[in-house]
Design a protein around this ligand. Structure first.
Ligand SMILES: [Fe+2]
Length: 146
């Protein structure tokens, strides 16, 4: 597997969120490199390092997105925020179990991060970013949005 490169298909239509998502990709790619070059006995360290980076990143990034959603009165803010909370809970769960089986848990961590890219960034975050652009607005009557 090679690094995942940023391209316009990953853009959510908001420059700052895009910039932060590029940081996410860097962490994902770095984690992959660590897994490929690390020795099996280094898995615990790899897991701890990646979790630390992910938690710091998520604290900053989720806060930004949540503030942005509030600012634009995004209609699905609650559900979207719940996804963030669930992701952080999953990271905590992986951290708790990491020592028991570092190899399996690092694999699971990497898989979870990859799935987040596909399911959340490329899908749900697109809805926030493009909510501000007229072209993405569903043709609902004004009354239906209240
Ligand atoms: Fe998000």
């Amino acid at each position: 597997m090679i690094d995942i490169e940023w391209d316009n298909s990953l853009s959510v239509g908001n420059d700052e969120i895009d910039r932060q998502h590029q940081m996410w990709l860097k962490i994902l790619n770095r984690t992959h490199e660590r897994i490929m070059t690390g020795k099996a006995h280094g898995m615990l360290q790899i897991g701890q390092d990646t979790l630390k980076e992910m938690k710091e990143y998520c604290a900053m990034h989720f806060e930004f997105e949540e503030k942005y959603m509030a600012q634009i009165n995004f209609e699905d803010t609650r559900r979207h925020t719940q996804r963030h909370v669930a992701f952080l809970e999953r990271l905590n769960q992986i951290e708790t179990e990491l020592r028991q089986n570092p190899h399996a848990l690092v694999t699971e961590l990497f898989r979870t991060m990859g799935n987040w890219l596909i399911n959340h960034i490329m899908n749900e975050d697109m809805q926030i970013g493009f909510a501000q652009l007229p072209v993405s607005r569903p043709s609902l009557p004004q009354s239906a949005t209240h």
